[in-house]
Design a protein around this ligand. Structure first.
Ligand code: ZN
Length: 399
């Protein structure tokens, strides 16, 4: 039963509100927006009825760091890849995602940025494509991880100013703040309304402090991965990015919550120190997310790196290091519940409200509140997604 106003009444569920579970209530949706959170028996004429069957009704998941899934990577640079990834993650409860690049040739980056614009227009059955995240190429060589060394360099104003002035779809850029020119880079990025994040870095506390206060870097990218901890230079110890993010109360951190990249004690430590409001859960997923284990490719099909997917993570073929995550957002939620023992409402804040706030879109997304976009996921107590709704449209229904 469809109607032109797109009125939905989602009932018979446990609504995950901003601060608590709201029992015996229903969500009213009209024209892609939430227009009411009302007692169960409130009438909403001519609405399509959506029976949540006693499951949770949650704000949709927002993944601000994801490279791929369903066999595709955003660096494939095609509309088809964008749509496949958006639809793959929607099946796992993601209603908005920030497509993320890898360091590459400039022409490959441009191709991906161009594909974003075309994909956004035709994306009918996937998670919202809410902007691009550029990961690199301004990184510390020693912390490059799986990023190709031949592209790693210091910030180049002529290059980044042109890219940011041309592509307004860019909403986030991750860089190492200790590099020459990185504070100026952060200033320019944030002057454009783009989030500056600290990534692939060997910075010490003094450098992070300057980056935070002067450069506007407010987020630590995949916290603990590819970043400095305590280091020693001769006899003296220095605090690294990890300690800095703990010391700076207002710095946000995102964590790859696949349960593999960070073990339970570290998940608990991050939660204990940063609390429920400064953590965003991310998948950082590569193309093998939601695919069978075995051989895969990190990065673009054209010039990516061969990797092996086993034990729920991508590894270098010699198994000496991880080479990417294959997480989906529902798995991140399960990880925080089961391994970090975080309560459900706070876990959902980390997978929806916090990422929305970090990106500056909490006025439209991140909670089931009247006036916000109707981005909703229904899942059972095992956090298995039953239904995903993006802007009032059902994009996934479990068979
Ligand atoms: Zn990444």
């Amino acid at each position: 039963m469809h109607n032109s106003s797109g009125r939905l009444k989602i009932f018979n569920g446990q609504i995950i509100g901003p601060d608590a579970i709201i029992p015996s209530s229903c969500v009213f949706v009209e024209q892609g927006k939430i227009v009411g959170i009302e007692p169960m028996d409130t009438d909403f004429p001519e609405a399509e009825l959506v029976d949540a069957q006693g499951n949770y009704i949650s704000p949709g998941f927002i993944d601000i760091h994801v490279h791929g899934g369903g066999g595709c990577d955003f660096m494939d640079g095609t509309v088809e890849a964008f749509l496949t990834i958006a639809e793959t993650h929607a099946k796992h409860g993601t209603t908005s995602l920030l497509p993320t690049t890898l360091t590459s040739e400039k022409e490959d980056l441009i191709q991906t940025l161009e594909a974003f614009g075309r994909a956004e227009k035709v994306n009918g059955m996937g998670a919202n494509l809410i902007g691009m995240h550029l990961e690199g190429p301004y990184f510390a060589m020693a912390q490059r991880g799986a990023q190709d060394p031949k592209y790693i360099r210091n910030p180049d104003p002529a290059e980044y100013e042109e890219i940011l002035n041309t592509y307004s779809c860019i909403k986030r850029w991750s860089a190492a703040p200790e590099l020459k020119g990185a504070v100026e880079f952060g200033k320019f990025v944030t002057s454009k309304g783009v989030l500056a994040a600290i990534a692939h870095t060997d910075a010490i506390y003094e450098e992070v402090l300057e980056a935070f206060h002067e450069g506007g870097y407010t987020l630590a990218t995949h916290f603990y991965s590819a970043m400095s901890g305590v280091t020693r230079r001769n006899a003296y110890r220095y605090a690294g990015v990890v300690e800095s993010a703990y010391l700076l109360d207002d710095m946000d951190v995102e964590i790859i919550a696949d349960g593999v990249h960070l073990p339970a004690p570290l998940l608990k430590l991050v939660y204990k120190i940063k609390g429920p409001h400064r953590i965003a859960l991310i998948t950082d997923a590569m193309r093998a997310a939601d695919m069978p284990p075995g051989n895969s490719i990190l990065g673009s099909l054209k010039n990516g790196l061969s990797v092996l997917v086993e034990d729920g993570v991508a590894k270098l073929p010699d198994r000496t290091a991880f080479a990417g995550s294959v997480a989906t957002a529902d798995r991140c939620v399960r990880t925080m519940l089961n391994m970090a023992e975080v309560p459900l409402v706070e876990t959902i804040q980390m997978m929806s409200h916090n990422p929305a706030r970090i990106l500056g879109i909490e006025g439209q997304k991140g909670s089931l509140s009247v006036g916000k976009d109707a981005d909703i996921v229904i899942f059972n107590p095992e956090i298995e997604v039953q239904k995903t709704i993006v802007k009032g449209r059902s994009v996934y229904q479990k068979a």
